[in-house]
Design a binder for this molecule. Sequence first.
Ligand code: BG6
Length: 488
Amino acid sequence: MTDFATDRLLLFGATGDLSRRKLLPSLCALCADGLLPEDLAIIGTARSDLDDAGFRDMARKALEEFLPAERRGSMATFLNRLSYQTLDASTLEGFDALAAKVAEAGAGGAEGGIAIFLSTAPSLFGPTIAGLEHAGLTGDKVRMCLEKPLGTDLASSAEINDAVAAAFPEERIFRIDHYLGKETVQNLLALRFANILFEPIWNSNVIEHVQITVAETVGLEGRTFYDEAGALRDMVQNHMLQLLALVAMEPPTSFDATAVRDEKVKVLRALRPTSASETVTGQYRAGAVNGGAVPGYDEELGSASTTETFAAIKAHVDNWRWKGVPFYLRTGKRLPERVTEILVQFRSVPHSIFEGSHAAGSAGLQPNKLLIGIQPEENITLSLMAKVPGLDEDGVRLREVPLEIAMPDAFAEGQRRIAYERLLLDLIKGDQTLFVRRDEVEAQWEWVDSIRAEWDTHGVTPKPYTAGSWGPNAAIALTERDGVSWHE
Ligand code: BG6
């Protein structure tokens, strides 16, 4: 943890979509809750030609649209923290004016630190770093936060990482994966490492397989740049692999940035290159989602495309703990519901004393499972077997009963927060635990690149699926041939 107080937050891409939908609302909510440093000034910068008043006006509209009224607090107090500098990041000159604006905003004098949040097109990363260096904005008290996409493969990601590393040491670089800011994702660590129950059974002796699903109902939503990414790069490379790493990692020695990330990276490096036959890709066609008709991907995009909007992968973690335990990953757009969940399927009991005791031949014994709901519902359900009440004249009958913890009920006092609130606060404080280290990103890309290479070798193109369905039938076949059904 780099130890200095931050009195300025500099937002690149301040008029963009992420800023309006997530960053400004998160900052305003933190401000309303009294969680931002008293003197923190927020300087926005982008190409748009605005002055301070114009930026504040834009921010106010964004807050009214994207932050519930009860979380806004005094908007005027928050808006007063904002100022703005127009900048064409592709030229060095503009950075002098930006540096002057940043200096003017600082309350902490020479002691004050700066957090820079880069949410711009990756093509601007290099020029922006050069501009910051030119203007003296890369000193010891500056932290750099980067939003994805950080490249499209290992080589381009390494190029970006090299450019950033030339100006900032790793302990001052904060790579966002906003899934790590989600409360239930962090709760995975609490579940695994704050309870003695799970760790002894958290391995291939007792766990049969794991499923991770990140399903979305939204489609392209005008984000035409998605077409250059596709589901594998957009969702699997980052969010899903981070979830997998948290499920599969060894216990870290402490909840600290180095210990946690050291363990995650070991898992990511243990991912076995997946063959094309263990993957399924799809692209949605016109259909219906949430009762409304929706167009197909190519219609939304306005041209034909071979980009996958769905991916299902049977992944393997090659280490002692997970030997022979498949991790089935599935993500897609225009699926029937928005749900992110992790299912841990345990093995059957080694010998059932009940089978055969029931007249119908089967007492109904099912293997246990643990379902971790991340969104929209935040809940943890452990399915246990129980005896169906009765006199058992035909023999014992068993039924699965859920042991369920609904997080919002268990913690009524907890505030449901935007994932970026936590991450922005950690950036300001300098805590890297929930940010992704370079070696993690690169291990993620290495695995994803190996899959893409397989697809190229085998000429894999996405199979069509109807919007509102659970993806191509082949995704069902991927698990069914192992005798496994996707959890729905
Ligand atoms: C982003 C992806 O990283 O995550 C989007 O680029 C996706 O395509 C989004 O829609 C999903 O985030 P969340 O928090 O809504 O699950």
